[in-house]
Design a protein around this ligand. Structure first.
Ligand SMILES: Cc1ncc(COP(=O)(O)O)c(C=O)c1O
Length: 338
């Protein structure tokens, strides 16, 4: 029997319908701006996110790093949350490609205006001046948490008062939207740039978009080319994204309900749940080490990831149905160290 793979929502495989849409895609050379399917996807996502323009890129990391580069100059300082993807999981790209220094604020991914003010560096000869604040919504290492609105508004108000730019890593902004019912455009409105991913909960094999105003996306377009992200008949990939928006957005609520079910079972069996289970990510703490637990889970047919010495992450997604999650919950609960 195939294992139940809860390592990430990136492990999904394109469905037959998605593959058919990809095969049928109308394509052209996107480096010439002539791929009608890419253009349609960019227009659709820009509208959804409420920004004037969007640009298709291969990955969420490229979307984030292109935005960071477009907002900053070498020697600048960028604030981000504890465990932010842009800091922890993008191979040091902010330092290597943009030459910026990242300063971590807050704990568990969220932070507030007070923390930002304490970390802020003014523009004088001693400091790397703070130019940009990056938020992540939902927060991956923060257990898929959605930023509380008032807290986010406080950070935005502070950043504007300080004259800073704001970038949103919205790889899972779709989940925040479905969990809260707040329109995507409203969640994205405070930010100068937003990245969204099609290859997480939406189930596309590849693809992210960065969104912003026309001048920003023009600048980002050049940076994408520099980074080798100019693609040719990319409509084959964009078609998967359009299919995902049509078929896989509204159903994210199912993933959230399944994550809740898993979290409740684990909590009842003694696991610690530092962040609850607001969306599709369940982070849980063990009373013993994570590595042997992950190995034993694998042997029992359930794949999860260790994300700390005694911390484990399980993610629900469109390739695991309610029965599979229920079975996985039993296996994981049975293996918890006592
Ligand atoms: C919050 C967040 N941002 C960005 C990314 C990067 O996406 P990609 O793997 O497509 O580079 C991920 C990937 O898991 C993520 O979780």
């Amino acid at each position: 029997m195939l294992p139940i793979d809860l390592r990430s929502d990136t492990v999904t495989r394109p469905s037959a319908g998605m593959r058919a849409a990809m095969a049928a895609a109308d394509v052209g050379d996107d480096v010439y701006g002539e791929d009608p399917t890419v253009n349609a996807l960019q227009a659709r996502v820009a509208t959804l996110v409420g920004k004037p323009a969007a640009l298709f890129v291969p990955s969420g990391s490229m979307a984030n790093q292109t935005c960071i580069k477009a907002h900053t100059s070498p020697g600048d300082d960028v604030l981000c949350g504890d465990g932010a993807h842009v800091m922890l999981y993008e191979s040091g790209a902010a330092g290597a490609l943009s030459g910026v220094q990242l300063t971590v604020v807050g704990q568990g991914g969220l932070f507030d205006a007070e923390g930002c003010e304490a970390a802020f560096k003014p523009d004088n000869h001693h400091h790397a001046p703070t130019r940009l604040v990056c938020l992540e919504n939902t927060h991956n290492r923060g257990g898929g948490r959605v930023w509380p609105r008032a807290q986010l508004a406080g950070v935005v108000e502070w950043a504007r008062r300080r004259g800073l730019r704001l970038h949103l890593d919205g790889a899972r902004l779709w989940n925040a939207h479905v969990a809260t019912g707040v329109p995507l455009a409203e969640l994205a409105a405070p930010f100068d740039s937003v990245s969204v991913c099609l290859s997480k909960g939406l189930g596309a094999p590849v693809g992210s978009l960065l969104c912003g105003d026309v001048a920003f996306v023009h600048r980002a377009h050049r940076i994408r080319k520099m980074l080798g992200g100019g693609m040719r008949q990319a409509g084959v990939l964009a078609a998967a994204g359009l299919f995902a928006l049509d078929h896989n957005l509204a159903r994210l609520g199912d993933d959230h309900a399944r994550a809740k079910l898993l979290a409740e079972r684990l909590s009842a069996a003694g696991a610690g749940l530092p962040y609850g289970a607001e969306t599709n990510i369940v982070i849980f703490d063990l009373s013993g080490p994570a590595a042997p637990f992950v190995e034993a889970s694998r042997a029992a047919g359930v794949l999860v990831n260790a994300v700390g010495p005694s911390r484990v992450r399980a993610v629900t997604h469109l390739d695991v149905d309610r029965d599979a999650v229920t079975r996985a919950a039993e296996v994981l609960a049975g293996l918890l160290p006592r």
